[in-house]
Design a protein around this ligand. Structure first.
Ligand code: R5P
Length: 294
């Protein structure tokens, strides 16, 4: 197997190659004067080709590099596995308004069209998009063990919170590893004042260290609101962890200003808080999908 990465892989490709005990090759890239991208595979794969490209901003450029790399790898006729630590355009997974496209479907369709034999993602926003629009073997890794191990021993009377019901599975997994209770936040509007508050569905945060777990921190708005409300409800300390630290518009400052003690993410998107490596979970998932395509 040969693992291919771009210079932007944030170290994940090389780590993955090391964990799989396989060869690592850095893909050549350049940008033409008009802005179009170019990639070239420097050497043919030894067996299966594993292409690692995280498609954080500038998303369009990285998506194009990924598709070009996958198409290029197809020329040798060996199986090709795409590893996309952060898959851009995954959140538009249905037509929220008439006239909108489903961008997650477009990305998955494009991956199929360049001949990918298997796909490994990290914590895709809605895994059902893969069931619906991707026909090859796939995994969406939730790095809950890594998240839990970062916080193990650091929290007193921990309670793990999901910012909404949709994120509950992730919180449940992290809580299971920590041996802690878990809950999700619900939005409630005060009928008299009109004020919107979020609070746990059934548990109390009072006197507890609260760990809020989400897939993405983008502007930090979701986490900041959850943190503020937890502190107002008597939480002792609040911590935030996510898979993808997109971190735009001063998200870190916003979270710290909201009283969050520590913000941590995996390394799918480079940022000052991307301290947890997803490479071990990715290696496990790559081995699993290889078993399905062999
Ligand atoms: C939304 O459904 C996602 O799970 C995240 O909660 C959201 O993307 C976070 O965005 P922001 O940090 O801008 O609130």
């Amino acid at each position: 197997m040969t693992v291919y990465g771009l210079d932007s892989s944030n170290g994940i490709a090389a780590r993955l190659a090391r964990l799989l005990g396989d060869k690592y090759a850095m893909v050549e890239t350049k940008t033409f004067p008009d802005g179009e991208v170019y990639v070239r595979v420097p050497e043919r794969p030894e067996g299966v080709a594993v292409a690692v490209v995280s498609t954080y901003a500038p998303q369009e450029k990285r998506l194009m590099q990924l598709l070009m790399l996958l198409e290029a790898l197809g020329q040798w006729g060996t199986p090709v596995v795409a590893v996309i630590p952060y898959m851009a355009y995954a959140r538009q997974d249905k037509r929220f308004l008439e006239g909108e496209p489903i961008s997650a479907r477009i990305v998955l369709g494009a991956l199929e069209s360049v001949g990918v034999d298997a796909l490994v993602l990290v914590d895709v926003h809605q895994p059902r998009v893969l069931d619906e629009w991707f026909r090859e073997p796939w995994r969406s890794v939730i790095p809950y063990r890594e998240m839990a191990s970062y916080f193990r021993g650091k929290l007193e009377k921990p309670l793990v919170l999901a910012p909404d019901r949709g994120a509950l599975q992730r919180a449940r997994l992290v809580a299971g590893e920590l041996g802690a209770p878990f809950d999700f936040l619900v939005k409630e509007r005060d009928r008299v004042t009109g004020e919107v508050r979020v609070q746990p569905k059934s548990l109390s945060v009072e006197g507890r260290d609260v760990l809020i777990v989400d897939d993405i921190i983008s502007t930090g708005g979701t986490m900041a609101l959850a943190a503020q409300n937890s502190l107002e409800a008597g939480a002792k300390r609040v911590y935030a962890v996510c898979s993808h630290a997109v971190m735009v518009r001063g998200a870190l400052d916003r979270l710290l200003a909201a009283g969050v003690e520590d913000v941590v993410a995996t390394d799918t998107v480079p940022s000052p808080v991307s301290k947890i490596s997803v490479a071990p979970s990715l290696a496990e998932a790559v081995r699993e999908v290889l078993g399905e395509i062999a």
